[in-house]
Design a protein around this ligand. Structure first.
Ligand SMILES: NC(=O)c1ccc[n+]([C@@H]2O[C@H](COP(=O)([O-])OP(=O)(O)OC[C@H]3O[C@@H](n4cnc5c(N)ncnc54)[C@H](OP(=O)(O)O)[C@@H]3O)[C@@H](O)[C@H]2O)c1
Length: 235
């Protein structure tokens, strides 16, 4: 079924499972061609098999590894000449048995690298593809744990990484405004996934909905904001 998004292209990181997979499904349903990026090409292929579509392509991309990011950008640039949407979704939640009084520098570095600095480096690497036309959209999967009121001493590296990702969202929005590229973040809520666990109240589809909305129907003048259930919420 042709839609207004037919022929548009979106790249989703951490797309092989959970919320990233559901975002990919939502974008495919809206008519997008979707590049499913995963840490290994096998994981990306397996996810695409489940989707049973000819409108998805796999990409190997580890967001914590600059070589992987640059190779992925090079590989994709050989296949396509522009990108309309980038979803920085990949993330980890490794805070088990630590708090702000015990967390190591190593754990802080690891989580920051994936959850926050990964989004910065991936955005930089794919910017040449995103800048081909005006009106590209970048969406960062943040968390309620990144809001000032949501910070928890028992979830140290994750909270700090999502707080930083919110800062990244504000700064990228400012830096890309003149190019007509909008940048926003979402809090998907507590979602059933390997990260959220099976007792979470929300489905991956519910968690994905606001990202899909920001990529498609949201007013194009919204930028630098954080959204939960399609509504702006405070940082
Ligand atoms: N679930 C929740 O309740 C919840 C709440 C708020 C925010 N979030 C955020 O939502 C996003 C998706 O989480 P989820 O619940 O869908 O978790 P998930 O099921 O654990 O999926 C996380 C995804 O990120 C990928 N990933 C991890 N490290 C990566 C790296 N270095 N490079 C590339 N990909 C990497 C994982 O790949 P592998 O399969 O290779 O590990 C996987 O595809 C995350 O940013 C998370 O922080 C989740």
């Amino acid at each position: 079924m042709p839609t207004q998004f037919q022929g548009k292209r979106a790249l989703v990181t951490g797309a092989n499972k959970g919320i990233g997979f559901a975002i990919s499904q939502g974008l495919l349903a809206a008519g997008f061609d979707v590049i499913l990026a995963a840490r290994s090409i096998d994981k990306a292929y397996k996810a695409i098999e489940q989707l049973q579509t000819s409108n998805a392509r796999p990409l190997e991309l580890d967001v914590s590894d600059d070589n992987s990011i640059h190779q992925a950008a090079k590989n994709l640039s050989n296949e396509i000449d522009s990108l309309d949407v980038l979803i920085n979704n990949a993330g980890i939640y490794p805070d088990k048995g630590v708090n702000i009084l015990t967390v190591s520098r190593e754990l802080l570095n690891q989580t920051m690298n994936v959850n926050a600095f990964g989004a910065v480096q991936v955005t930089q690497a794919f910017l040449p593809l995103l800048s081909k036309f005006r009106n590209a959209r970048i969406i960062n999967t943040s968390s309620g744990y990144g809001q000032l009121a949501g910070l928890s001493a028992d979830v140290p590296s994750y909270c700090l990484s999502k707080l930083t990702l919110n800062g990244v969202t504000i700064m990228l929005a400012e830096a890309l405004q003149s190019q007509g590229i909008v940048v926003n973040a979402i809090d998907p809520g507590w979602v059933q996934s390997d990260m959220g666990g099976s007792t979470a109240p929300r489905t991956p589809e519910q968690g994905a909905d606001t990202a899909v909305w920001l990529a498609t129907e949201a007013p194009a003048n919204l930028t630098g904001k954080l959204f939960y259930e399609r509504r702006e919420v405070s940082y």
